[in-house]
Design a protein around this ligand. Structure first.
Ligand code: HEM
Length: 430
């Protein structure tokens, strides 16, 4: 076996710098090179202080293998997304856990399957189908606002941003007047790296200040959802909050912190992600007006467009895992306790799996992308995300005859959930 592959400092910097994710093409070039030369490579801190070293994994097959082997590659105990070492320490001080929120993504077996089972059926297509008309109503109201603003508008601001948030809040049973608060809390949890998005000034804070702010946001979420729990225990409805509030595991209700974590993951995981794939789908269609006309005439093309948009955008850019034992991977010796970044952006642009991966190919088949992950933690909301996108685009296709770009799309600065933060479009009504 060759010696340990360590990334040169400039490449390591690029991989962990949120700004690189706003400069998409350059980053994809780097991933192309790494996949060829060092598909599993160590990222080592320059000054030994800011963050722990980790293995960057860029090939599709390796990301798939790690995702599916939930015994060897654990989500616990190291934070599931890339974070500064200081942030982990501060979190431990603030909550006693490495993580500020204990949620589905944090747990491994045997707890994870027990918790996952509680809502698994709720998120299956059969149950979601009964919400179709409600979601169509939200899509129509969202497109009304776009039409009122036209003929030019920012699609992210008016459509792809607010629409998935409305849907997730609806399924959680959060009243509309509380949505801005939920949006702010989500930004504080996830969006801290982009100055335009966070609105919190987090991008210029120290890790300690960020953790304090996030810990405050989590407390706020917890207090908010304690009210929802009390209500759904007294008056259960068919929403997912009622399932969580009344759930039992091994005969006991969920501990308060875990219940809050459950609400928080559902409240937060489902909107910025779906926003990003929705904006990406519109970007691809607006760049190719003939494709818009084709799918207007033949709606059977829509599911392929939705799936390809999810691959092409890969909104969740990575997750982290910790090796439970020594294991060989991509010619490297990974040791028990080592930290690994499974990079979905790199995996979803692997030419060994996807021909011409940077091309938006609505007819791509098969399209076994990894944007939703794989294995035990595969996205709980993947059917909902697809359904939301399909309903929104059906509505848009009904009501918009032509659409094109009206300016440069701009990407968010973020290592974790990424995508467009602005997409100027010009359109004519049908
Ligand atoms: C987990 C992506 C939409 C809820 C995940 C994971 C990814 C992901 C990559 C981790 C998978 C793994 O570790 O193997 C996405 C993308 C979405 C999306 C790209 C939109 C296009 C949603 C929606 C919801 C949701 C709409 C629900 C409202 C969750 C939950 C988990 C999760 C609860 C944790 C599952 C677990 O750990 O067992 N998602 N997601 N996601 N997602 Fe999504």
């Amino acid at each position: 076996m060759a010696g340990e592959a360590v990334l040169p400092p400039d490449v390591a910097r690029e991989v962990i710098d949120p700004h690189s994710y706003a400069q998409w093409d350059g980053l994809l070039d780097t991933f192309d090179r790494l996949r060829e030369e060092t598909p599993v490579a160590k990222v080592v801190p320059e000054d030994g202080k800011l963050f722990d070293p980790f293995w960057l994994v860029t090939r599709y097959d390796d990301v798939m293998r790690i995702s599916k082997d939930n015994k060897t590659f654990l989500n616990n105990p190291r934070p599931v997304v890339f974070s500064f070492r200081d942030a982990i320490e501060f979190s431990r001080k603030a909550t006693g856990s490495n993580m500020l929120v204990d949620s589905l993504v944090v747990f491994d077996a045997p707890i994870h399957p027990k918790y996952r089972r509680l809502t698994q059926d709720w998120f299956m297509p059969r149950n979601l189908a009964r919400m179709e008309e409600e979601i169509r109503g939200i899509a129509n109201a969202t497109v009304d606002r776009l039409m009122a603003e036209g003929p030019e508008a920012d699609f992210v601001k008016l459509v792809s941003g607010p629409y998935p948030l409305h849907v997730v809040m609806q399924i959680l049973g959060v009243p509309e007047e509380d949505e801005p608060r939920m949006q702010m809390l989500t930004q504080q949890l996830f969006g801290g790296q982009d100055a335009d998005l966070s609105g919190t000034g987090m991008d210029s804070m120290t890790p300690e200040q960020v953790v304090q702010l996030v810990a405050g946001a989590v407390k706020n979420f917890e207090e908010y959802f304690a009210g929802i729990t009390a209500d759904r225990r007294a008056n259960p409805t068919e929403d997912v909050a009622s399932v969580i509030a009344n759930a039992t595991v091994d005969g006991e209700p969920l501990p308060e912190r875990d219940m809050a974590g459950y609400y928080i993951i559902v409240a937060t995981a489902g909107h910025d992600t779906t926003s990003a794939s929705t904006a990406g789908a519109m970007q691809a269609l607006a760049q190719d007006p003939e494709q818009w006309a084709r799918v207007r005439a033949d709606r059977s093309l829509l599911p392929g467009i939705v799936e390809e948009a999810i691959r092409w955008t890969t909104p969740v850019q990575h997750f982290m895992r910790t090796a439970a034992e020594d294991v060989e991977l991509g010619g490297q010796q990974v040791k028990k306790g080592d930290w690994l970044m499974i990079n979905y952006v790199a995996a979803n642009h692997d030419p060994s799996q996807f021909d011409d991966p940077r091309k938006f190919d609505a007819a791509r088949s098969p399209n076994r992308h990894l944007a939703f992950g794989a294995g035990a933690h595969q996205c709980l909301g993947l059917h909902l995300a697809r359904m939301e996108m399909k309903i929104l685009f059906e509505t848009l296709l009904d009501r918009i005859e032509t659409i094109e770009l009206a300016g440069e799309p701009k990407r968010a600065t973020s290592t974790f959930v990424g995508g467009l933060k602005s997409l100027p479009v010009r359109f004519t009504g049908a």
